[in-house]
Design a protein. Structure first.
Length: 350
């Protein structure tokens, strides 16, 4: 594989100039390890925006800015008022996430060796962020309609999935070696040469069901996302007309199934693969903590702070379930994913 000569992302190997000014894009030449860090940044940003978005709803700030893309009609910046600033800051964080995703795209085209799969997946993130911006506009313009808010959350989880895929592919040193050797690596497009195990498919499938049922519970809960404004005007926010207790019980059953499946998986992979065993154990620990928090949250009257931690926990469970799927992936001959080298995770995704 190409040697990483130098540790700076900004390399002066191929400068271009306009009027004597060095083009930053021409100097941006990340090594594979540096590009992996960029994908970590993109994933962190996409996970963070889910939590900050939840904080907007939980503080009743969903209509702190009643217009879009401006905060208020004719006012691009939010006034110094709590709910308006919470919503406005969340919009600014979306901008920072867009920058991180943009760096992932640029880095995929400038890194050496250049790989088509990294470029495709990074552009997938761009498309997802654009879609989220549009959905976010409809969240505001629909006065926080529960179906639009739920869609906003679930698309965010799809983006987290795509970011984890990109991160794991960026750490695939075998693919880099294949490109350096003039060969097309397996999985050089949106699909990978490796496939998920049955355990991985079950865990990710149940994880998806838990996320969907959790969003249904949220749509029926007592945190609609808006409170009366400064003039005491009540914002009527449509909620999903389902019994919260029934929805929570259904959600709880799915969580228990996920927990049971993770226990079985952890036992089955114990002697199969070190990374897979560690990933399954970590996932189980987080699911147990998340489930306990869910019960305490419900029987405490669904306090906003606990809900916020529960949302953050759901992101972590999702990431760890996906991580297990990647580290336990096998090639068509049944060979497990290679062990990661120091600091680099080599876990392609199907």
């Amino acid at each position: 594989m190409r040697s990483d000569a130098g540790r700076r992302v900004w390399s002066a190997t191929a400068p271009g100039t306009y009027g004597g000014a060095v083009l930053l894009a021409d100097r941006f030449r990340p090594t594979p390890r540096q590009y992996l860090r960029i994908t970590h940044l993109a994933l962190a940003g996409l996970a963070l925006i889910i939590v900050t978005g939840a904080s907007v709803r939980l503080t009743g700030s969903g209509l702190g800015c009643t217009d879009w893309p401006l905060c208020e009609e004719g006012k691009p910046i939010a006034p110094l008022e709590f709910h308006a600033m919470i919503e406005f800051i969340n919009r600014l964080i979306t901008g920072l996430v867009s920058v991180a995703v943009g760096l992932a795209v640029l880095g995929s085209m400038r890194r050496l060796p250049r790989r088509r799969d990294l470029t495709l997946w990074s552009w997938f993130l761009v498309g997802g962020v654009v879609a989220q911006i549009i959905i976010g506009a409809f969240v505001t313009l629909s006065d926080l309609k529960y179906s639009v808010v739920a869609l906003h959350f679930l698309v965010s989880m799809v983006l987290v999935w795509a970011a984890v895929v990109l991160m794991n592919r960026a750490g695939d040193t075998a693919a880099d070696t294949a490109v350096d050797g003039g060969r097309e690596p397996a999985g050089s497009s949106l699909r990978s040469g490796r496939r998920w195990t049955t355990e991985a498919k079950v865990l990710v499938g149940l994880g998806t069901a838990v996320l969907v049922s959790g969003s249904v519970a949220t749509s029926s809960s007592k945190h609609p996302g808006a409170v009366p404004d400064g003039n005491g005007v009540e914002h009527v926010v449509e909620r999903l007309p389902l019994d919260l207790g029934s929805v929570v019980r259904a959600h709880s059953v799915l969580v228990w199934l996920l927990c049971l499946a993770t226990v079985v998986t952890a036992v089955r992979v114990r002697g199969r693969s070190g990374p897979a065993s560690v990933a399954a154990t970590q996932l189980l620990a987080v699911i147990v903590a998340q489930g306990a928090l869910g019960y305490v949250q419900y029987f405490s009257g669904v306090p906003a702070l606990m809900v916020g931690f529960h949302v953050a926990g759901s992101v972590l469970v999702w990431v760890l379930a996906l991580r297990f799927a990647f580290v336990s992936a096998v090639d068509p001959a049944g060979v497990p994913a290679p062990r990661p080298t120091a600091g680099v995770t080599t876990t392609p995704v199907p």
